[in-house]
Design a binder for this molecule. Structure first.
Ligand SMILES: [Mg+2]
Length: 332
């Protein structure tokens, strides 16, 4: 292994620049190599900017993440935030904090993950910064574009709108609990293990929905991505929109893998409501808009109301829906 402290910063930047400069889909006037990157936004479009950081020991550790998966996820979670505005990603920059003992080989693998996620979703990496750090830290910034009237915020939900989610919920949090236990339980099939753990390690940003909605000329009334658990995100939309909600527990989309493989410490429903890292989209839309969306692309899980955020349990009880998803600053 060759430690990066032997290479020096300029060699490091040259190495990263060489890997980054491959894609030129967008009108980048100046890329890596000057003090800042320059690009020309398409006319009539607005820009969307998001940043998300991943810190070793908090967001990931090396017990079960491969280096390329860390890079992939750092890019993917930012792309999910762009999707959550109903926008398309264009460019990315990133800041890397690296321990001096970090190896060149690991850096290449990390970068491989970052660039593979970027190129899969048509994003060009146009710059960044590297610095020494006590632990590995990645902060990715993504710039996206959307037609001014295509943007969807959290505040557009209105009473009577349906509440919908894409994909299945809870798999990623169950996958994380399985990974933390370090060994695959003997009773658990390989496929169940793979589905659940992959949902945590390599989340898929739902840019496919952004594309589909654009093709059909429809847009949700409110939109957010589910990074910290469904309950938290429902509360975010209700608070921003000044409305309430009723969810139906029986309608939550739970995968057969979650039913088969969820660690017994939590129920599949609890994983679906409060597990984090799903990176699916939560949106609201009036019935007339929903009927124009592909019916297999979402599940209706509730309805927007005037006040109060409630859940209709399968046993018939109607109770307050508490925001009990992930809180980055709450002691565990
Ligand atoms: Mg978000």
């Amino acid at each position: 292994m060759s430690p990066i402290e032997d290479a020096g910063e300029f060699n490091l930047i040259r190495r990263l620049a060489a890997i980054s400069s491959s894609s030129t889909r967008f009108p980048v006037i100046t890329g890596i190599g000057d003090d800042a990157a320059v690009y020309q936004p398409k006319s009539g479009m607005v820009q969307v900017i998001t940043t998300d950081a991943l810190i070793e020991g908090y967001h990931f550790d090396f017990d079960f993440y491969r280096m390329d998966q860390i890079g992939y996820k750092a890019m993917a979670v930012n792309l999910s935030d762009i999707a959550a505005m109903n926008a398309r990603p264009v460019l990315a920059t990133m800041a890397l904090g690296l321990p001096g003992s970090f190896s060149m080989e690991d850096l290449d693998a990390l970068y491989d993950g970052l660039t593979s996620a970027a190129s899969r979703y048509g994003v060009q990496i146009v710059g960044g910064d590297t610095t020494r750090s006590p632990v590995l830290m990645l902060s990715v910034t993504v710039i996206g574009e959307a037609g001014k009237h295509d943007l969807v915020h959290r505040n557009g939900a209105g009473p009577g709108d349906h509440i919908c989610v894409t994909g299945n919920l809870g798999d990623a949090a169950a996958g994380l609990d399985l990974l933390r236990s370090h060994t695959k339980p003997e009773t658990l099939g390989d496929k169940v293990w793979d589905v659940l753990t992959t949902r945590h390690l390599m989340p898929v940003p739902r840019l496919d929905l952004v594309q589909e909605w654009a093709k059909k000329g429809v847009r949700p009334s409110a939109l957010i991505d589910i990074s910290d658990g469904l309950t938290n995100e429902v509360h975010h939309i209700c608070a921003a929109s000044g409305c309430g909600a009723v969810l139906w527990e029986s309608k939550l989309p739970v995968s057969p893998e979650l039913f088969a493989g969820a660690p017994k410490s939590r129920t599949p429903v609890d994983y679906a409501l409060n597990g984090g890292d799903d990176y699916e989209l939560l949106f609201t839309a009036p019935c007339g808009v929903l009927t124009q969306m592909a019916p297999d692309s979402y599940t209706t899980i509730g309805v927007v109301t005037e006040t109060d955020v409630l859940i209709h349990r399968t046993d018939g009880i109607l109770e307050e829906l508490k925001a009990e998803g992930h809180d980055h600053f709450r002691a565990e």
